[in-house]
Each structure stands twice: as structure tokens, then as C-alpha cells.
Design a protein. Structure first.
Ligand SMILES: C[S@@+](CC[C@H](N)C(=O)[O-])C[C@H]1O[C@@H](n2cnc3c(N)ncnc32)[C@H](O)[C@@H]1O
Length: 263
């Protein structure tokens, strides 16, 4: 793995907390009539395999653009489950998919109206779309990262530009997704904002949480040593803001959306 890629081990450190919204999203899917599905931004693949078994699918294709995640996912391939390299922003198909599923991945790409219309075009009549995105860009875990990234020497090392927080830049209000589902012809829909009440051992654990997600964009641009320095400064600044506390209550806002086309 290069430092420009995802780290499935780091991502897996809060597997139980990260799995809860996945299970809530999966519960929105109506299993009846679902044979062929895709899991866009499938990550390390364990949840892809679980979804395929739970829904009794005939075919489940997990798609991701991270070589490290796909390598981890290979352990879950077999039977109806397979994995492919691909960009979820561009992905579409010829109206032959019953379920487009995307848990905690759409936030990484821009222009959700265009992306969701591509995904909708891939659906067969009666097809379903189920998507979950974090909506926590206003939290100190995110704002402090942006603040520290604007300090030197990090700003200069990144060429004078801080990469935007994808959640802040890309994730929309729940009602905007509801409108999109309506405009795309989904006959049924369910869109909700949910707060996940995570209890972490210590406020410092937030650093490990975002290291596997929100901080990866800095890891791609900084040398390994400078990235570690960045993480240490991020931790010190974050603890000044949120306190040095044990346990730490970490409320996490997410948008879940589901829609079904007419048959
Ligand atoms: C937070 S992880 C979620 C993984 C999995 N869906 C889960 O629920 O655990 C986000 C995943 O999206 C993938 N990803 C991000 N941008 C992508 C893109 N443009 N195309 C495909 N996959 C992408 C990442 O490689 C990563 O595996």
C-alpha cells in the first residue's frame, strides 16, 4: 500500500460503530425482487458479502477505486459476490440492476445530482437505491483538521492549497436528496437524518476515527513524517476544543436515503 491509498486496518478500528448505519441502511431495502446488486465504494468487502447473504442475492458486485481496499475485499469474493475496480462517480449500467447500494462512499465525490441520475439509469423497473452519507462537517473533528491544514509547514507542503473537506463540499441537506429522488422518478422514498450516539473510550479516540477517513486527504499530500506531525498537532488542537475526556460522547450525524422505482 502507498500512503496515497486507503488503509483497511485503520478504517476497521471502529468497525462496530461504522457498521450500525450500514445495518440501518440495509434494513430500508425491500428484499423482494432484488437479484442483481452493486455496492459502490464497497471498502474492505465484509459488509458487501453480508448484504448479499442477507438479501439472498443472485449477484453482488462490489466496486471501489482503492487497490488496498480491493485487496482486503478479495477475501470476501466467491459465490455470488465479486469485486471490481471502478469509479463510483462515473459508474452506471444498462438498466439491469435491481439495487444500487452505497454506504459511506458517495460523500467522496462531487455533484450528487449527476451521480444519482447515473445510478438511477442503471436500475431496472422496480429497482432500489440505498445510500448513506455522513453529515458532520460542522463538528470539531472536521473543522479542526481544516484549521490545522491552513498552518505552516503543512500549507506550503500541500502547494498552498488545502484540499476541501469532501463532506462539507459534497453532502447536501436531506430534503435536497428527497427532491432528487422525486425528480428521478422514485415512486417510494425514505430520507432521514440520524444521529448516531457513539461513546468512545477517550476524546483522543476521535483522532484514530478520522485518521481512517477525513484525514486521508492530507495523508495523500504530505510526506509520512510531516503527516505524523500534522496528526499530533491536530490531536493537541482538537483536545483543546473538545476536552481531554473519558469516556467521550461522539454524536455523529448521517443522512440515509432510499428510493424505489415503479415496476
Ligand atoms: C468510508 S469507506 C466505506 C466502505 C464501505 N462501504 C463500508 O460501509 O464500510 C469509503 C470507500 O469509498 C471508496 N471510494 C471513495 N471514492 C471512490 C470513488 N470515486 N470510486 C470508488 N470508490 C471510492 C474508498 O476507497 C473506500 O473504500
Amino acid at each position: 500500500m502507498t500512503n496515497a491509498d486507503w488503509n483497511p486496518e485503520q478504517y476497521g478500528r471502529f468497525a462496530a460503530e461504522r457498521a450500525q448505519p450500514f445495518h440501518d441502511l440495509l434494513a430500508l431495502v425491500q428484499p423482494e425482487g432484488v437479484q442483481r446488486a452493486v455496492d459502490l465504494g464497497c471498502g474492505p468487502g465484509g459488509l458487501t458479502e453480508f448484504a448479499a447473504a442477507r438479501l439472498g442475492l443472485a449477484q453482488m458486485v462490489g466496486i471501489d477505486n482503492s487497490p488496498a481496499m480491493l485487496k482486503a475485499a478479495a477475501a470476501h469474493a466467491g459465490g455470488v459476490v465479486s469485486f471490481q475496480h471502478g469509479d463510483l462517480a462515473e459508474w452506471t449500467s444498462a438498466g439491469d440492476v435491481d439495487l444500487v447500494f452505497a454506504n459511506a462512499s458517495l460523500q467522496w465525490v462531487a455533484d450528487h445530482a449527476t451521480v444519482l441520475s447515473r445510478w438511477r439509469a442503471a436500475l431496472a423497473p422496480g429497482g432500489q437505491m440505498a445510500v448513506q452519507v455522513p453529515a458532520n462537517a460542522y463538528m470539531p473533528s472536521h473543522t479542526v483538521a481544516d484549521e490545522v491544514a491552513h498552518r505552516q509547514p503543512y500549507l506550503a507542503a500541500m502547494g498552498g492549497t488545502v484540499p476541501p473537506d469532501p463532506v462539507a463540499a459534497n453532502v447536501l441537506e436531506p430534503e435536497a436528496y428527497a427532491q432528487m429522488l422525486f425528480d428521478l422518478g422514485f415512486e417510494q422514498q425514505h430520507v432521514r437524518l440520524q444521529v448516531y450516539p457513539h461513546v468512545l473510550g477517550h476524546s483522543r479516540d476521535v483522532v484514530q476515527w478520522v485518521r481512517g477517513t477525513a484525514l486521508t486527504r492530507f495523508q495523500k499530500l504530505l510526506s509520512p513524517d510531516l503527516f505524523e506531525q500534522f496528526v499530533a498537532e491536530y490531536e493537541a488542537t482538537l483536545l483543546q476544543r473538545i476536552g481531554d475526556r473519558s469516556p467521550y460522547f461522539f454524536p455523529f450525524r448521517r443522512v440515509l436515503l432510499w428510493g424505489r422505482l415503479p415496476r
